[in-house]
Design a protein around this ligand. Structure first.
Ligand code: PMP
Length: 447
């Protein structure tokens, strides 16, 4: 085979060491040998002087403090579990997405450790260069079989899966029709694609149709997209009705099942399975970071869709793949969805009980001025952002971890405490949490 070095004498030792193109610099002679390669810093104290070019950020933080919505990150001292320690305090945890308790499942831990022992700690490259390990392919095949689709691609996160896919399959002459409460990763993907964005009212299929009709004669591709489960209100997207609409207008149908994965459908197969509309949704996104208990996101669909994403989705092309331990953990999790369906049954049992008790106590858990939750995500709607954050802090002090959510994550005036039930909460823990929530709410004038 002809090569650029043809005809030149090559030193094989130099080739092996890959040193042929490394320019050699002379080491400085005025520095003792032992210090030549150390970075010498001026001082060990952190930068302390205010930076005028960042003054607007300081002002924005001051503004958050004035509104009462500034927060400190709560730090988990032990495991993601129904009762655990945050900031050194023992609390009943109502805040995680660990729906099925898989973050701590012994089989997932064992899988992670075994994969690390066998394949190492990291993958070493992006998928398209040298970072596709056999275990990544096994995970994709496993998910495709689970979802009953031709193929699957795994991304580093659910965010990357949504943003990477929407931006790859649409261009500036295309249209995206998106529910007003769709996740930020869909919105960012739509912006990156430079497609024209049309937003339909929440779950309003008639409005979506009106928008589709308006652009019916436009030549661009159309993508209709909804969350399977909306992350802040816990309601279920009208996936089947939107899929029918997409078929009627020749649009691509896409669903983001981040909160439906492991929660809705047979053995947690997601919203398409829940609605029985297999074959009608072109792009199914799911996450591996919530019910699956690990990290990552995936896209399921036709072989060509997945091949195209292998070639064009930017997080796939430009960001390193998962460590083998993550892929192994996820494979073990999908086995558990098949072998331990009782976890999903317990999740729904706990959810029904918790919702009924909260409603009976008189809380607004959605369905008045906000959508009604239908899943383990149960908001306690407060409205005012400061009161919400104060309530969340008071709950924490009393022994319940339940995060306050305010604008811009939810609309202005719709601040809430967001709770999530898991399969692993015991009835005793749930009752104790309800007692604390009710007492604290009465003390704070919320009930
Ligand atoms: N979509 C929705 C609806 C979500 O709630 C989330 C997580 N906040 C994501 C996508 C992103 O998933 P991940 O955390 O795996 O990046």
């Amino acid at each position: 085979m002809p090569s650029r070095t043809q005809g030149k004498a090559i030193n094989p030792a130099a080739l092996h060491l890959n040193q042929m193109h490394i320019p050699h610099r002379k080491p400085p002679t005025n520095v003792p040998e032992t210090q030549r390669f150390t970075i010498v810093s001026m001082s060990n104290t952190p930068q302390s002087a205010p930076r005028p070019q960042l003054a607007h950020l300081t002002a924005a933080l001051d503004d958050l403090r004035a509104r009462g919505t500034y927060f400190h990150l709560r730090v988990l001292d032990d495991q993601q579990a129904p009762v655990c320690h945050y900031d050194g305090r023992r609390v009943i945890n109502l805040a995680s997405n660990n729906y099925l308790g898989l973050c701590n499942h012994p089989k997932l831990r064992e899988a992670a450790i075994a994969a690390t022992q066998k394949y190492g700690a990291g993958s070493g490259a992006v998928r398209t260069i040298a970072g596709t390990m056999r275990i990544h392919m096994e995970l994709e095949a496993k998910i495709a079989a689970f979802k009953n689709v031709e193929a699957c691609v795994v991304f580093q996160s659910g965010f990357a899966a949504n943003a990477g896919t929407v931006s790859a399959i649409l261009g500036k002459d295309d249209f995206i029709l998106s529910d007003e409460l769709n996740h930020a990763s869909i919105i960012d993907g739509a912006r990156l694609s430079r497609a024209k964005i049309k937003v339909f009212r929440h779950k309003d299929v008639a409005h979506a149709e009106e928008l589709l009709r308006e652009i019916q004669l436009e030549p661009g591709h159309k993508l209709l997209i909804t969350d399977g489960v909306f992350s802040m209100d816990g309601d279920i997207g009208p996936v089947a009705a939107l899929a029918d609409l997409a078929a009627k207008y020749g649009a691509i149908m896409m669903v983001d099942d981040a909160h439906a994965s492991g929660v809705l459908g047979r053995n947690g197969r997601g919203s398409v399975d829940h609605f029985g509309c297999h074959g009608k949704v072109d792009v199914q996104v799911g996450t591996l970071s919530k019910a699956i208990g690990a990290l990552g996101g995936y896209v399921c669909g036709s072989r060509d869709l997945i091949d195209y994403l292998y070639h064009r989705a930017r997080p796939f092309l430009f960001s390193t793949s998962h460590p083998p331990s993550v892929a192994a953990t996820c494979i073990a999790a999908f086995d558990i969805l098949e072998t331990e369906p009782e976890r999903i049954a317990r999740l729904w049992d706990n959810t029904r009980y918790f919702k009924a008790q909260l409603a009976a106590a008189g809380f607004d858990i959605g369905g008045r001025t906000t959508p009604a939750s239908e899943t383990p995500i149960t908001p306690i709607i407060i409205g005012d952002a400061r009161r919400t954050m104060d309530f969340s802090r008071a709950l924490f002090d009393a022994g319940v971890m339940a995060t306050g959510i305010a604008f811009p994550t939810v609309p202005e005036g719709k601040a809430r405490i967001r709770t999530i039930m898991t399969s692993e909460h015991t009835r005793e823990q749930i009752d104790r949490a309800l007692e604390i929530i009710t007492t604290t709410a009465k003390q704070g004038g919320i009930l």
